[in-house]
Design a binder for this molecule. Structure first.
Ligand SMILES: [Zn+2]
Length: 191
């Protein structure tokens, strides 16, 4: 069994048998119904996550389910068909850790070769609610930037998103510092 193994055996439209067929040379083989020719496209799954800032600390949740049970992850979950990705991020964050949030910015989109998930990560601020361990969560924690449990993060996307987040925070801070220094200089010149 590899990842080329067909995931389904019967056509969801007519119940006919599915065959694995190469339709286009540049694309993976598809499952095609032998009876009605329906093409059963297996799409990626979209996951919406948030990096929530609560007074300078980051919300991470310890997973209570497999995969990666006991490891820390950002709040998030699958986007429903027809649901706005930002709405899913807000909904999942409330379900998993009890916080109402305001989305701030798109942090990044994380996908990996051979992985069926596309992870969309937003930065967010907590605006209401109380941090608690909700669905699929054993424990909800607030982590100072230098307390992040890097060796116990659940997924590659968790690590990559947190890295990007701190990289961006550093970049956002430096111009402020620069202007502060310049301001001080100007001040000292005029006195
Ligand atoms: Zn069919």
């Amino acid at each position: 069994m590899g990842h080329h193994e067909p995931a389904f055996h019967y056509c969801p439209v007519c119940g006919g048998e599915l065959n694995t067929v190469t339709l286009k040379k540049s694309e993976p083989a598809r499952q095609v119904c032998s009876r009605c020719r329906f093409v059963f496209y297996l799409d990626p799954k979209v996951v919406a996550c948030t990096l929530v800032d609560v007074q300078g600390k980051i919300v991470l949740l310890k997973r209570s389910i497999e995969p990666q049970r006991g490891h820390w992850v950002m709040p998030g979950g699958y986007v429903d068909r027809g649901e706005e990705v930002t709405a899913a991020a807000i909904r999942e964050t409330r379900e998993e850790c009890g916080l109402d949030i305001r989305i701030q910015d798109l942090l990044g989109v994380y996908s990996y070769h051979g992985n069926t998930q596309v992870v969309v990560v937003y930065t967010a601020k907590s605006i209401a609610g109380q941090l608690l361990a909700g669905d699929e969560t054993a424990e909800a924690g607030l982590f100072h930037p230098d307390e992040i449990p890097w060796d116990r993060l659940a997924f590659q996307s968790t690590t990559d998103a947190l890295r990007d987040y701190f990289k961006r925070m550093k970049a956002d801070k430096s111009p402020v510092r620069h202007s502060e220094i310049q301001g001080r200089k100007e001040f000292s010149l005029t006195t």
